[in-house]
Write a new protein. Structure first.
Length: 207
């Protein structure tokens, strides 16, 4: 279906087509429109997901890690300093092999504040163990989010989709949004390879 969509709306629609069980985030420009759009889809009933408003970026990824660890398809998004605030949890997600998808609306790391687009945020976690995909336009932003869920769940690794902040997130472009059955063929219902069970607790990494 061909539509004129703002980049953030396109990302939100693509994520919704992948049917996440949990969406958790803390707003930070230029990511905010993505989370607002997903929240509206959940509120309207168009997306059957648990939407968690976190109190910080660190909490957002921590909740997402917990959701993924117990077998939920989990998604979050951030930008710039928000990614740095997530840093400890970024490495935990990779070390645990959790198939989380994160949208990074690329924005410069603050010095002390900078809202312009660049990839210094993405490069700060280049070696963290996350697969990183980079969209050149809003059509690629849609396509790469679909691929991100498929890759994450096939390989048991977290995947970060980079979308240029403001340049793409706030730009309206013509895009071709796939039909739900097409997405379902690429991203079938999530069957976790492993998940934590409160009835059979384990300790990971510390012992």
């Amino acid at each position: 279906m061909q539509l004129q969509l703002e980049g953030s709306q396109a990302v939100a629609r693509a994520v919704a087509l992948c049917r996440p069980d949990v969406v958790c985030a803390y707003p930070i420009s230029p990511q905010t429109h993505i989370i607002e759009a997903l929240g509206a889809l959940v509120k309207s009933g168009s997306l059957d997901a648990e939407f968690v408003n976190a109190d910080s970026e660190f909490s957002a990824l921590s909740v997402t890690i917990g959701a993924s660890a117990v077998g939920a398809r989990a998604y979050t998004a951030t930008a710039s300093q928000g990614l740095l605030f997530m840093m400890e949890a970024i490495y935990n997600a990779a070390g645990l092999g959790l198939p989380i998808v994160l949208t990074l609306a690329n924005r410069a790391i603050g010095a002390p504040i900078n809202i312009w687009n660049d990839h210094s945020d993405a490069m700060s976690v280049r070696d963290s163990g996350w697969v990183q995909l980079f969209a050149e336009n809003n059509q690629e932003a849609i396509d790469l989010h679909l691929l991100a869920f498929a890759l994450a769940e096939e390989l048991s690794v977290p995947v970060m989709v980079n979308v240029d902040g403001f340049i793409l997130t706030h730009a309206i472009e013509r895009v071709d949004l796939p039909e739900p059955d097409q997405v379902d063929a690429l991203v079938p219902p999530f069957l976790p390879r492993q998940s934590l069970d409160p009835d059979d607790p384990v300790s990971i990494g510390a012992m």
